[in-house]
Design a protein around this ligand. Structure first.
Ligand code: CTP
Ligand code: MG
Length: 186
């Protein structure tokens, strides 16, 4: 039972990092984060990373995280949470911001490797934002990351998360493609 709870919480608590990616697709468009500039003959990030996507995505992730913190705060239960206020808000912010910083780091690497915007980069596409969210959160809230994704049942939560993410990523990208928001269904 505890294992199932840990696995479930590993995904639920990661929603503020999962949502920005999908939200960025919906908000995306307009001025690119790199303002169209290149470095060594290749775009720094490319047209797939826009300010609207970045700000809209992070804001949506934080908003959902605040909704979760409110539930944890006002309806206490045994379900693992973000810890006490105001640290809980800090965790939500680093999860959402780290997610899209990781996504941009992934785009930066793809451009350096000479890959066009939207070109498939297995592993990198699915995990850049997971790594970004976990690293930024671990930097500011190491004990929360250790308790939730490393120590004891936390490791189960991490493994379940790593298995779940590519499936979710694929589903969301197919929806984005069908909505005409993404040029490729991956
Ligand atoms: N998006 C955005 N701004 C961001 C992140 C994403 O506008 N900071 C939007 C873009 O429309 C992008 C879409 O979300 O095309 C999907 O994101 P992603 O799959 O990460 O980008 P790709 O188009 O695959 O580009 P890249 O090759 O740079 O990853
Ligand atoms: Mg990406």
């Amino acid at each position: 039972m505890d294992l199932i709870l840990a696995a479930l919480s590993g995904i639920v608590l990661f929603l503020p990092a999962l949502i920005p990616n999908s939200a960025a697709v919906l908000f995306g468009g307009g001025t690119p984060v790199d303002f169209g500039r290149s470095w060594r003959g290749k775009r720094i990030l490319g047209d797939g990373k826009t300010w609207r996507g970045l700000i809209g995505g992070v804001a949506t992730g934080i908003a959902f995280g605040l909704f979760l913190t409110a539930i944890f705060e006002f309806a206490p239960s045994d379900f693992p949470d973000y810890g006490r206020w105001p640290g809980s808000v800090g965790v939500v912010v680093t999860l959402a911001l780290g997610s899209l910083l990781g996504d941009m780091a992934g785009a930066f690497i793809k451009r350096r490797l000479g890959m066009e915007r939207g070109q498939k980069a297995p592993v990198l596409d699915q995990y850049d934002f997971v790594a970004g969210a976990l690293l930024l959160t671990a930097l500011f809230h190491p004990s929360w990351v250790a308790a939730t994704y490393v120590n004891g049942d936390g490791l189960v939560a991490l493994i379940v998360l790593l298995v779940f993410v590519p499936l979710l990523h694929r589903a969301v990208n197919i929806i984005g493609y069908k909505l005409g928001k993404k040029k490729e269904p991956w």
